[in-house]
Design a protein around this ligand. Structure first.
Ligand SMILES: *Cc1c(COP(=O)(O)O)cnc(C)c1O
Length: 453
């Protein structure tokens, strides 16, 4: 993969296309001479060095990594045109690409029918799903687990609907008995299940929640912003294979959110929302004097809360999917490598005297904490923070993240811990780069040394 050559092709293809429209004079108001550009660019790249090396496997912290070169080139090439996927008129080619890429996402989840589109983010995609849910269940609230993404509560506020946080079990998945108690009040119209929680990658039991949908007449929305692409590993052979039930059940959910800018190799600005019933498009009806549609088909701008959206984001996803499709043999290989990396690291941690596994990884997030002199929550909290800070400051740095967990769950999973605080930070590493698989032993060795210091 020669990014230099690919980028040159991108620029040349745009110039070629532009030439067909004949010459015109660029305006001097926008002229920038190359020396001034060079000076500004040097300062700019200097500033950009103030970043963590998300691309490198020594970065094993949050859900961050650069896009695939195919996405970079797809984005750049389309951005040189700058289509707006609000409507076919804003960019016919990228609107078509968006439809095709969204169809591939729908197929990946097993949807036979769908209405869907890309969004700027998972947050906006969830907002759209909850907006439609509110229109269908006016006056009723939304239930989600306390481990659901924090934006669900916020968006309930935005939509003016009541949010009902539901407690979780010891492994951080929604407690179905507690959920049923909330449903019995009749105040809930929609249940959000998270397929891969942001903190620990816990997969909530979508298959079991579907039974409650029949019993209480609620909608089921699956937030798979982070975990969605792991559906490619459901029932896969080998250690990376995942239990099938929750993933297969997603095909029955009323709506789904997935973030191609997390595991889909895309740059930021790429979330997606899918509805199983295409007729929900009716809730988006709008009229304005300056938008018009030149064909009878349903336009993306007619089924989205956002107006302008980057056609380049759709182009990037489409081009990526041409090369690495969302299938088990395609993108699934990259997720499988991350999953195997998480399993391998968990095994190493279990054999370690300096680190302890917080809980077994369900997807590619590993959670662990340093073994401390006194097994108290306050010591674990301080040691986790010290490892985080010292890891970053080291000459041979390693980047992890911390996760705050409550005392109840910590002591339920680790009964020998002494509860001298209401919770503690533990360490957390998202192994979302396939390159992590080869690097796990080094990561472990670094973390062991930091923990033992
Ligand atoms: C990341 C995430 C979100 C929010 O998505 P953004 O793209 O960051 O806005 C929502 N839900 C879950 C489960 C997530 O992991």
């Amino acid at each position: 993969m020669d990014l230099n050559a690919w980028l040159a092709t991108a620029v040349a293809s745009n110039a070629d296309w532009a030439k067909g429209f004949g010459p015109y004079r660029p305006h001097p108001a926008l002229a920038v001479d190359d020396t001034r550009f060079a000076t500004a660019f040097e300062a700019f790249t200097e500033r950009l060095k103030d970043n963590y090396p998300f691309f490198h496997p020594r970065y094993a912290g949050q859900m961050l990594k650069p896009p695939h070169p195919a996405a970079v080139v797809g984005y750049l090439t389309a951005m040189l045109v700058n289509p707006n996927n609000h409507a076919l008129d804003g960019g016919p080619a990228t609107a078509e690409m968006e439809r095709e890429a969204v169809q591939q996402l729908a197929t990946m989840f097993g949807y036979d029918t769908h209405l869907g589109h890309l969004t700027t983010s998972g947050t906006i995609a969830n907002l759209e799903a909850l907006f439609v849910a509110r229109e269908l269940h006016p006056g009723q609230g939304v239930a989600y687990s306390t481990e659901a993404h924090y934006t669900h509560g916020r968006m309930c506020g935005v939509l003016g609907v009541e949010g009902h946080p539901v407690p979780v079990d010891d492994l951080g998945r929604i407690d179905l008995d507690a959920l049923e108690r909330v449903l019995r009040t009749g105040r809930v119209g929609t249940v959000v299940l998270t397929a891969g929680t942001t903190g620990l990658g816990a997969v909530e039991p979508v298959h079991e929640a579907l039974a409650l949908r029949e019993r209480y007449g609620v909608r089921v929305h699956v937030d798979a912003a982070y975990g969605g692409f792991f559906t490619l590993l459901a029932g896969a052979p080998g250690p990376e294979g995942l239990p099938e039930e929750p993933w297969r059940a997603i095909a029955e959910a009323d709506s789904i959110v997935v973030d191609p800018h997390k595991h889909g190799l895309q740059p930021y600005g790429c979330g997606a929302v899918l509805f199983r019933d295409p007729s929900v498009g009716r809730f988006y009806l709008h009229d304005s004097p300056y938008t018009y549609f030149t064909s009878g088909e349903l336009h993306l701008g007619e089924i989205s809360l956002e107006c302008s959206r980057a056609g380049a984001a759709a182009a990037a996803l489409w081009l990526t999917f041409q090369l690495i499709p969302p299938t088990r043999e395609g993108l699934g290989q990259s997720l499988a490598a991350g999953r195997r990396a998480a399993l391998r690291w968990a095994e190493l941690i279990e054999g370690s005297a300096r680190l302890e596994l917080y809980q077994a990884p369900e997807l590619d997030i590993v959670s662990y904490f340093p073994v401390t002199e006194a097994a108290t929550l306050s010591q674990i909290d301080a040691a986790s923070n010290r490892v985080l800070q010292e890891g970053m400051a080291d000459g041979d740095p390693v980047f992890v993240s911390t996760l705050r967990v409550g005392a109840d769950r910590l002591t339920a999973l680790h009964p020998k811990l002494v509860r001298d605080a209401d919770g503690a930070r533990v360490l957390r590493s998202v192994l979302m780069k396939p390159e992590s698989e080869d690097y796990v032993d080094q990561l472990h060795e670094r973390l062991e040394r930091l923990a033992g210091a």
